[in-house]
Design a protein around this ligand. Sequence first.
Ligand SMILES: C[S@@+](CC[C@H](N)C(=O)[O-])C[C@H]1O[C@@H](n2cnc3c(N)ncnc32)[C@H](O)[C@@H]1O
Length: 247
Amino acid sequence: MDFAWEELTPAQRARHYADWHAGKGLIGGDPRQRPDSDILPSWALGRSIVRALALDDCRGPNGERFRRQTAGPIPLEIEIGFGRGDFLLDRAARRPERWFVGFEVRTKAVRLALRRLESQRLENLWLSDDDARVGLQLAIPDQRVDALHVLFPDPWWKAQHKVKRLFSPPFVDLLAAKIRPGGYLHLKTDVEQYGELVRHLLSRHPAFRDHRPELADRVGPYRPTHRENWCRQNGLPVWNCYFLRRE
Ligand SMILES: C[S@@+](CC[C@H](N)C(=O)[O-])C[C@H]1O[C@@H](n2cnc3c(N)ncnc32)[C@H](O)[C@@H]1O
């Protein structure tokens, strides 16, 4: 399948911002329009689950604990679209001195990862089934994130689904607001043109530098995601990109 993108005209850029502000392209629709979006489901109460719109739900300690733990000086890493959670859970286990937050819109996948997190007794990891575009914006303080991992984002091949693609000019603005100066974005994809799109958007943004392969050292040893394993087994190339947030 073809993954098409082209340099945006000013009118197309303006359309991206208008869609973003209208909440278009959010997976599952705009949560602000959903009934009961200000409360957590009962299965989440008292567990390591957070939803940005339910931070003030006082039926459980989730919001208060999340705010306290993510507000402090301890380094924070985020993964968007963690799927089965192999990379995220492994990373949280390897680095108990850091906090981790994972966003994954598929609630079923989040509940599975939650069970694994609890059986491994990981106490430095929060999971969320928010669309990351809402979760990052509303639940994560500005300039707080040390590393943000996006591993094999959905390409959304069809033209009419492009609005759901994670990477767009307003999303890169959001990354610039949340990643601290000196922090970095880590992207992996098996769609070469998606890598090119991300590189195009990031390298033209004043807050980021172009891809720097040497930043791979900051990630260090890791457990590959399900998709990365699949690519390895099927001999598919994977593109890795690392973008430093300027000081
Ligand atoms: C192609 S899968 C890759 C999953 C995993 N990272 C891997 O490498 O195996 C992309 C994942 O991102 C999730 N996702 C897509 N858009 C998202 C968004 N806006 N916020 C959070 N998760 C998202 C999807 O539900 C899906 O699980």
